[in-house]
Write a protein that binds this ligand. Sequence first.
Ligand SMILES: Nc1nc2c(c(=O)[nH]1)N[C@H]1C(S)=C(S)[C@@H](COP(=O)(O)OP(=O)(O)OC[C@H]3O[C@@H](n4cnc5c(=O)[nH]c(N)nc54)[C@H](O)[C@@H]3O)O[C@H]1N2
Ligand SMILES: Nc1nc2c(c(=O)[nH]1)N[C@H]1C(S)=C(S)[C@@H](COP(=O)(O)OP(=O)(O)OC[C@H]3O[C@@H](n4cnc5c(=O)[nH]c(N)nc54)[C@H](O)[C@@H]3O)O[C@H]1N2
Ligand code: SF4
Ligand SMILES: [Mo]
Length: 766
Amino acid sequence: MASRPPSSAEPPETDDDLRIEPPMKRAAGLASVRSAFAHMHKHGHSLQSAVRILGQMNQTDGFDCPGCAWPDPDDRAALTEFCENGAKAAAWETTRRRLDWKFFQQYSIDDLARKSDYWLGLQGRLTQPLMLRPGSRFYEPIEWSEAFKRVANALKALDSPNEAIFYTSGRTSNEAAFLYQLFVRAFGTNNLPDCSNMCHESSGVGLGQTVGIGKGSVTLDDVHEADTIIVMGQNPGTNHPRMLTALQKAKKNGAQIIAINPLPEAGLMCFVNPKSPSQILTGGTQIADLFLQVQINGDVALLKALMCLLLEAEAKSPGDVLDEDFIGLYTEGFAKLRAHLGSQDVDALIDAAGVSSAELDKAVEIILRSRKTIVCWAMGLTQHKNGVGNVREIVNFLLMRGSIGMPGAGTCPVRGHSNVQGDRTMGIHDRPSKALLDRIQAVFGFDPPREPGFNTVEAIHAMLQGRAKLFFAMGGNFLQATPDTNRTARALQNCDMIVHVSTKLNRGHLVRGKWSIILPCLARSEVDQQAYGPQFVTVENSMGVVHSSHGHLKPAHPELYSEASIVAWLAEQVLGPETPVSWCWLIENYDRIRDLIAETIPGFEDFNARVREPGGFHLHNGARERKFNTESGKAAFTINPAPDLTLPDGTYRMMTVRTHDQYNTTVYGNDDRYRGIRGGRRVVFMNEDDMREAGLTAGTLVDITNDFGGEHRIAPRFTIVAYPIPRRCIATYFPEANVLVPLNKFAEDSYTPASKDVTVRLIPST
Ligand SMILES: Nc1nc2c(c(=O)[nH]1)N[C@H]1C(S)=C(S)[C@@H](COP(=O)(O)OP(=O)(O)OC[C@H]3O[C@@H](n4cnc5c(=O)[nH]c(N)nc54)[C@H](O)[C@@H]3O)O[C@H]1N2
Ligand SMILES: Nc1nc2c(c(=O)[nH]1)N[C@H]1C(S)=C(S)[C@@H](COP(=O)(O)OP(=O)(O)OC[C@H]3O[C@@H](n4cnc5c(=O)[nH]c(N)nc54)[C@H](O)[C@@H]3O)O[C@H]1N2
Ligand code: SF4
Ligand SMILES: [Mo]
């Protein structure tokens, strides 16, 4: 095994136990229940304690699952409203293991850098503030008061507030996020990059431009009622497992499902509901009625081809396909789109998509059954250079048939982090709207900065160029979640200070600034005790439902601060008498924060009362009512060129995906059960014909390389795995392959890094 230099920003190679099995054809079942409890056990929980903790998850008086943003059904099952991966997230967060000062005396940052991400996460919860002094290789514990003082002094010493960057990851509650953005703006900057920049930003931008709201339009009831559900660029069996229950219910009600994906993901093919004994006996529900194995980034071509076929069907049977009334009343730009589609070569589009015309005819047949169509999507569509174009093309497709703003139809971008949507609603944004800034000014009486701040890509450039010198992260793992890992590492190393508010140790803590500080915080499942008693927080799920989350567990350590109180204490010290609010008074009782949210953010009127209703409340959504909040008040058809997919000889198009055993950069285990991978993560999924042509065999070790923007990148020693993936397409896992994702290849308009389309070469390892 090749060894890496110490302090490497990349995970070490630890694939000694790699085993390859055939991919599975169905998801969940009893294996998922076994896996859920095995993970709880691994983190020190007895069966009894596992049942107690998981039984609270997603209940109206319990804590919100720290996993994904999929909504909870109204008819929640008592005790079992969670999935295997929700259980893994809970196990990882509620672990009984603790990191004390002895651990940090024992391991230097170089020792820790040689450990795998899995090992780092297994060590337990952070319990004390930690500091890495200039020149030292060991974190040392410090008092909270000293930690706040050092961070506050470093912030105050900057020449300009714009030299500080304040990152957020999407687990932060509404209350903490609202305070955080208020503090950052009172401090004087809009430098609020967010994990959303790397995630659904393309959806937010594309939907905002076309239907006037950067969020999806459907509710869970719509999913249950739809006649056609198209799932594109998403692997729900792993990343939103309870979505399969909703799809199963939709199918029971007569829906047909089309899956569009380069991979035949097990969860898209068949789902065995682990809660149903009859399902376990009968082998489950077939999910996709039609699987379109699109090539990577072939979606614009595919959607265009579909729309051309719909126009052909309309010509044959006028009035039956298009919703002319809807188009006339609610939209603009259709004539131009129609002319554009008329000029397209449908066979060439089908070819570019990589599917057959018979398959597309089948898709049209399904779609024409009714107008109640929903399109769901995730990272397979947003993380492309044309990510915004992908989303606008979905909107074109839905608008043509009036499939929006009616029961059972609409847009469904399926969000990642459990409160990523809420964080945005609370004002975490590098490009805040004028309306938000005006409200902040009216409510708090200070003039917030008006110029745009840095998004993630811009933040990395600013740090590289020395224009930003202090990096503060409210959660997350910026180092490994961002593209071009080694460049990001250099950017972070350029900082005078790096501050992480974190629950667990991750590799991001090991790439140091001149000073590095870790502030450990409470997790959502824990009691958040403040002056007025235990506080609950609120979150917004993927379908715009705002609800409460109540932590019941004993905190991992008595001295942990909540994220909201960390912001408050810091704000108090940084802003001093200039402060717009009394921060420490606010955190005595989070109702006070919610009252300010109610005053500032539209849709949160009477917040404290409404969020106490069981299940919370739905935020208003214009698109759901066909009120399109665009400049013209109409939904916009747009023209989106299909990307040029020609590849230089000898190169492949690589997408970076998640395994079944990880949560973004958190590695729960080294298996990817559904895809047949055990005991390792450095694998490349490849088409067998491509392997033959390149003289590669299964098990060969290759270095993956690329050159982009004058930089040569290399990710060494990945094992080739033969897989049913389209020709010239390959897949690797995030974050191991992030070193290859070019910083400067991102979606137009949204800056979302193109992590699903990286041009690479494969070179046998020496
Ligand atoms: N257990 C677990 N749950 C999670 C997460 C996790 O890491 N683990 N992460 C959370 C977060 S933050 C997010 S954003 C979501 C992510 O949820 P997903 O978007 O489902 O995550 P990915 O693994 O990135 O999967 C992308 C899917 O898109 C497909 N794909 C890739 N490129 C293309 C393309 O060009 N076209 C099409 N049509 N398909 C393509 C891939 O084959 C894969 O099935 O999940 C959330 N939930
Ligand atoms: N190549 C490639 N890169 C990608 C992606 C991809 O598909 N491919 N996906 C992108 C996407 S969609 C996303 S959302 C980003 C994710 O980017 P991030 O959100 O930055 O990354 P995570 O891995 O989710 O962050 C994990 C860390 O958060 C901390 N943490 C966990 N819970 C809490 C909490 O409650 N409070 C606090 N303060 N800290 C907590 C822990 O220390 C943990 O180590 O990655 C992006 N990067
Ligand atoms: S579907 Fe998502 S939110 Fe629901 S239990 Fe699973 S991981 Fe948690
Ligand atoms: Mo995400």
